[in-house]
Write a protein that binds this ligand. Structure first.
Ligand SMILES: Nc1ncnc2c1ncn2[C@@H]1O[C@H](COP(=O)(O)OP(=O)(O)OP(=O)(O)O)[C@@H](O)[C@H]1O
Ligand SMILES: [Mg+2]
Length: 532
């Protein structure tokens, strides 16, 4: 047994001729084996496969038997056998060594080679694999990443007893260095893959959060119906046509359908059909071959191909020309098309969601929109309610949008109840988008991070005058508990004024104040008295 180092005593000078010939001969085979090992290792990233090939080379060319590579499992810290060379390979998957266990475990722990002149003489030798010849030597060397980190053990047995153990050990150490490089590379690739996977999963979760049901706000019956329809239709490949005024959330609903569908993992491609003239729209949707038209310098996939397996959202579908309607009809009917300038027919599996704020029925009657295309698209229509039809959703929507705006501005932002009540008096012809814009303007003007009613009014809303008020949808009166201790003074006075229809004397009574006192408060709290 030769442990610790020096491994073997150096040979004295003046060896006999046969020994030096044997030495020379071994050196030469080792060199060519080393060359072959290095090319095997550089060939592939499949570590276990290449390790098996390395052991094969070792056996064939390197004059070593029972080559074994074990690597530390990065989760458990155990040494696991990754490859073993033996005729009629013994099952080794269950063999593991703790660091420090047996000869192999000690080589790892001490990060040093260990050579046994005869296996049978070493009591620590466990032979868990049950393959070693007890009468022969055993050479084990650490596999290192960098100088001081052992990540595995590489071992083998010479085929017979000879006095070239030291030379064999040097050879094994060289091969172990090459293996170490490959292990390092494999670890890097594995780590990168894991990071990418984690990043992907995180983004998927985020996308689901941003585009799932949670980002669609509304508790009114009109919105409950929408949620139910989305939930039902998401499961299938059914074509959906989303209708509704501008800014009602058509795109948001398209997102929710895709990200709650079985296609959520695949691509979601959007195209605004109104944004492009016919010829560009065609190459955008169907792609083009190289040289199909001036400027088509290379082949390009269209949106239909990009969306294969996923969903294609065709926004503003009511705006396409009759000529283009015919082209679209074909792909919707047959699922087939050709790239512009191409001859081969492509087939794709795409779920279509279309949206429009136009009245397609009257366009069909006026021959502006093909009836057959209309029926192809109108398989499952979803009608988005206008915001004025669901004015009760305004407070919740506003709080949600204010939080969203605050997040984008990197600050805490909130909105007062009286400001919300002002927002509920408005008709919102531009729907949620207009509400969002209004809140964004108000946020800009709210330096303190609180959007108050005055700011909303300054932001330029045309609130209905009192005589129009009765025509407005239900405006809840100030339902504020004036005795609520959490209500700040300003909000309390505003709430009382609102409840009193902005009659100061009446509001004063609600607050148990004199008219003089409330007038003073209105002045000091800088409440803009605007009567409706
Ligand atoms: N129910 C809702 N909950 C939260 N945000 C909403 C809701 N509806 C719409 N929004 C927001 O309002 C804005 C406009 O919505 P979206 O773009 O989906 O409307 P649209 O119907 O496609 O409008 P247009 O016809 O003008 O294209 C977006 O910022 C969207 O996030
Ligand atoms: Mg839209």
């Amino acid at each position: 047994m030769t442990y610790p180092e020096p491994l073997m005593t150096a040979h004295a000078d003046g060896r006999d001729g046969t020994e030096s010939a044997r030495r020379q001969d071994l050196l030469e085979t080792q060199l060519s084996a080393l060359f072959e090992v290095s090319s095997v290792l550089s060939r592939s990233l499949n570590l276990n496969q290449t390790l098996r090939e390395v052991l094969e080379v070792l056996h064939r060319r390197g004059r070593l038997c029972k080559g074994m590579v074990s690597l530390v499992d990065r989760q458990t810290g155990y040494l696991l056998v990754s490859a073993l060379h033996k005729d009629g390979v013994a099952p080794f998957e269950s063999v593991r060594y703790k660091p420090g266990e047996g000869v192999v475990g000690r080589i790892l722990e001490r990060n040093r080679s260990w050579v046994l002149a005869r296996v049978a003489d070493e009591p620590q030798f466990l032979d868990k694999l049950g393959v070693y010849d007890p009468q022969l030597p055993f050479i084990g060397v650490p596999i290192r990443i960098g100088a001081d980190r052992a990540v595995g053990v590489f071992a083998a047995q010479p085929p017979n007893l000879d006095d070239l153990l030291q030379q064999r050990t040097r050879f094994l150490e060289m091969v172990a260095n090459l293996i170490g490089q490959s292990v390092r590379l494999a670890h890097m690739v594995e780590d990168e893959r894991r990071d990418l996977r984690e990043e992907r999963d995180k983004l998927r979760r985020q996308v689901r959060g941003d585009h799932g049901f949670d980002s669609v706000i509304g508790h009114t019956d009109a919105m409950k119906l929408i949620f139910e329809q989305v939930r039902q239709v998401a499961k299938w490949k059914t074509t959906v046509l989303i209708r509704g005024e501008s800014g009602t959330g058509k795109e948001l609903i398209a997102d929710a359908i895709h990200y709650n569908s079985p296609r959520a993992r695949n691509t979601f491609v959007k195209l605004n059909c109104a944004a492009l003239p016919d010829n560009l729209l065609e190459s955008e949707l169907f792609g083009h071959e190289k040289g199909a038209f001036t400027g088509a310098s290379s082949q390009r996939k269209g949106r239909f191909e990009q969306a294969d397996g996923g969903t294609l959202f065709l926004d503003e579908i009511g705006d396409i020309s009759p000529a283009f309607q015919a082209k679209l009809l074909r792909v919707l009917q047959e699922g087939e098309f050709e790239r512009v300038g191409g001859t081969s027919t492509l087939k794709v599996d795409v779920r279509i969601i279309a949206a429009t704020n136009r009245n397609l029925e009257s366009e069909v009657r006026a021959d502006q929109f093909r009836e057959d295309l209309y029926y192809r698209l109108n398989v499952m229509p979803i009608f988005m309610p206008s915001l004025s039809e669901r004015i009760e959703d305004v407070p919740e929507l506003s709080r949600f949008l204010v939080a969203k705006i605050g997040k984008s501005q990197g600050r805490e932002l909130r909105i007062t109840d009286s400001a919300l009540r002002v927002l509920m008096r408005y008709q919102w012809p531009g729907n949620v988008r207009e509400l969002e814009n209004c809140l964004e303007r108000s946020a800009v003007m709210s330096e303190q991070g609180v959007i108050e009613r005055d700011v909303i009014q300054l932001a330029g809303l045309e609130i209905g005058a009192p005589d129009q008020e009765s025509a407005l949808p239900s405006i809840p009166p100030a339902t504020v508990d004036l005795d609520d201790p959490n209500l700040d003074e300003r909000e309390r006075v505003i709430a009382a004024l609102e409840e009193a229809g902005w009659v100061q004397a009446k509001a004063a009574r609600l607050l148990n104040m004199t008219p003089r006192q409330i007038a003073y408060r209105i002045q000091t709290l800088k409440i803009r008295v605007r009567q409706y």
